[in-house]
Structure formats: C-alpha cells, structure tokens
Design a binder for this molecule. Sequence first.
Ligand code: RIB
Ligand code: CA
Length: 308
Amino acid sequence: MKNIILDVDTGIDDALALAYAVHSPELNILGVTTTFGNTSVSEATRNTLQLLQLLGAENIPVFHGVEETFTGRKPAEKTTWIHGENGLGNAQLPPARKQVENMKAHDFLISTVHSYPNDITIITTANQGNLARAIQKDPEIVHLVEDVILMGGAVTVQGNTTPYAEANIYHDPEAAKFTFQSGIPMTLVGLDVTLKTLLKRSTLDDWRKKDTLLSHFLANMCEFYMDAYAERNSNLNGCALHDPLAVGVAIDSSFVKMKTMSVHVITEGKEKGQTVGKDNEDGNMKVCMDVDVQRFVDHFLSRVCLDS
Ligand code: RIB
Ligand code: CA
C-alpha cells in the first residue's frame, strides 16, 4: 500500500478523485488537506467532510489550509459557473457529523512526512499553497517525500484559465514557483494529459441505474459540470477527469508516459501562471506527456462508484 495525503479544493473533479482514492486498496489515505480554488477553503473543507461521510471514510482526518495566497493576496473568485455555488455542482449531501481537525494543513503535511520518511506521496489537485508553506517552514521535508503528484500546469497545450495558465497554477503562481524550485520530487499531471481523459454523459445513466446514494450524487454533480461546458460551446463533449488522473498515476504510473524536464512558472504579466518546460534529463520533475486513455478511464469507472 502507498501512503498518501490528498490536497484538494473540492470541487467536482476533486470529489471524483477522492472517491476513486478511497475505493483503491493500493492507497492508504493518511489525511486530506484543503485549500481554495474551485471553492473557498471552508467550502472545500465542508465538501470533503461530507463526501468522506458518504463514502463511509469518516475516519480519514481533514485539515484546513490557509485562506490566502503564498504572498498574502486574497484568492480569486471561486469558479461557480463550472463547479456550482457549493462546489459540488449544487448536488446536495447531508451535513457532516465530523469536524475538521485543529491542526493547520501545512503542519499536518510536515508531521506526517516525518512520521513516514521516504514512504509518502502527496497528491495535490489544487494550488500549491499548503505544500509551499510546509516546505518554507521545514525545508528538510523535500528529502523525505517519495513523490508529489500534482494535477496542474499545461506544458505543451494552452491553459484553461487564460490562454497561458492552468487553473491550479494560476490560483497561486508564487506558491507553484516555490515548490517547483524546492528540490522536492514531482510528477506533473497537466492539461497535456488530463484533457484527453473524459467522462461521457452515458456514464451518468449507468450510475443512476445503480440507484445508490453515491451513484445519484455523482451523476447529479457531474451533470452540472457537463452542462456548464456544453452551454459554453466547449468541444470537450464530456467532463475532464483532471484530478482523478493524478490519483490514477499514484495507483499505476504505467497509465502515462513521462519525460523528465525543467519546468518553471511565470508569475507576472499576461503569461502569469504559465508552466514553461524544457527537455532536461536532470530537470526538476517528470512531466506526463501521454496517457493510455481507455485503460485509465476503465480503471477509474470500475472503482469510483462502488457501494460503501
Ligand atoms: O485545471 C483543472 C484543475 O482546476 C482541477 O484540479 C480542478 O478541480 C480545478 O481545481
Ligand atoms: Ca481540483
């Protein structure tokens, strides 16, 4: 089993990633840390606690991240048009019985890395703020983490927030610049691959036929996301499995083909949030360049909607 921490801004595809991870016996989820992006930090925390309850995984502790960017700015507006007012496509879940933990997200990251030296993978599916703060407070941890698998960036393709920038990097480019330069091992799962892995509308009917609380919740939530894209004439024709692919890479890295590159982040001007990559065998991260779409999507679908 691989020990992991998930760092999320739950968020529709974060919710899918959480369900996939909880249902994957290869992964031992030690905790979930939350941040802003798709939603505010408080909403991401609330959504995560409610979802874990629905998944029968309330035992997994949840830790609240900081409510501002690495350089102290207020977060950008949440993306209600794509993730709904509540972050879950306005699909409803019962209130969570369990509370968020008292410890801050970055302190949990530091203490857990020390408890599992060289035996922990951090999967980030949101901005890099929690990880950046953890490394800033305790730089030693960069030598103790097996890998950081991050959904973020767009090295060979256009961005999705601006023509240059992918959302997770755009939300806190200084934090990403800091973690990318920190020396921590990283695997970048960017739009280069995630836009190829789509959930089709027909899957929602399959889920509704299963007729469980989880299957109806997932179908309602993803329908909102698909409608949002369709309304804006997106040619995607489905919903991109951005964050689930990062979990997939943690389970089985053979889903993707990677290349070692030097990647840096632009933090100013119209290219703010752009991830610029250059081939370099001694570079700072592995970048996913291609994905076995069918094998990954089948694997994801076989797990995400299991009964608890
Ligand atoms: O660009 C896609 C990423 O931005 C995903 O992590 C999504 O959840 C949003 O945070
Ligand atoms: Ca996310």
